[in-house]
Design a protein around this ligand. Structure first.
Ligand code: MN
Length: 216
């Protein structure tokens, strides 16, 4: 095969306990998946169709990295989330992710009925921890926490998700041709808030590796 220019190398994530990497295909994100977060955003908590949006694989950031504060926002927000990694036989692994959001651009997009792409799918907008294989952990009732500079800012339990991991996967399989390599950011609990230059975010879910990033 000849290319006009060298193709981009695949984006990959580390997996705990093996040197083999997880090759990432697409990133799906679920919006409005914890009632307390729907309420804090001024939304209606009646259960309706799940809300999905996407980020490019290239937006992933591994734990321990510095993230330059992104352009065109005065309101970068953190959203800690369970990340589900799909393998050839269903759920392969879990991780802890942060769905970084340019909230001011999202508020404007919502008001105009426009897409969320600029608010959500920008460079380095998807920090994600090292993955832990699903067979090695039971996360069904695990606690999820985000600390900003050491202080807890988001705290909930994964069993409070409106749409369960299994329901999200079933929906995406029917709707979007879910395949091995796909990641799903499963939505954030309440407590989303601003990030400033110099801040350190550290997200954790019981039984999983942490995600820690600093803004520069
Ligand atoms: Mn989110």
């Amino acid at each position: 095969m000849r290319y006009i220019f060298p193709p981009t190398a695949p984006v990959t994530l580390a997996v705990l306990g093996t040197s083999a990497r997880f090759p990432v295909r697409r990133i799906y994100c679920v919006g409005r998946n914890y009632n307390e977060h729907v309420k804090e955003m001024g939304g209606d908590i009646t259960r309706s169709e799940p809300v999905f949006f996407t980020k490019a694989a290239e937006t992933l950031v591994a734990s321990g990295q510095d993230i330059p504060y992104p352009p065109n926002t005065q309101e970068l927000h953190h959203e800690v989330e369970l990340v589900v990694a799909i393998g050839p036989d269903g759920i392969f692994a879990y991780g802890v992710g942060i769905d970084l959001t340019r909230r001011d651009l999202q508020t404007k997009a919502k008001a105009q009925g426009g897409p969320w792409a600029r608010a959500k799918n920008f460079q380095r907008s998807a920090p994600c921890s090292t993955l832990t294989r699903a067979e090695d952990v039971d996360i069904s009732r695990a606690h999820i926490v985000l600390r900003k500079n050491g202080d807890i800012v988001q705290s909930s339990s994964l069993n409070k998700m409106i749409w369960s991991v299994e329901e999200i996967i079933r929906y995406l399989q029917k709707d979007m041709d879910l395949q091995a390599g796909d990641l799903i950011y499963t939505g954030t609990p309440a407590g989303v808030g601003p990030v400033a230059i110099g801040d350190e975010l550290s997200g954790g879910i019981e039984g999983l590796e942490r995600i820690t990033v600093r803004f520069v």
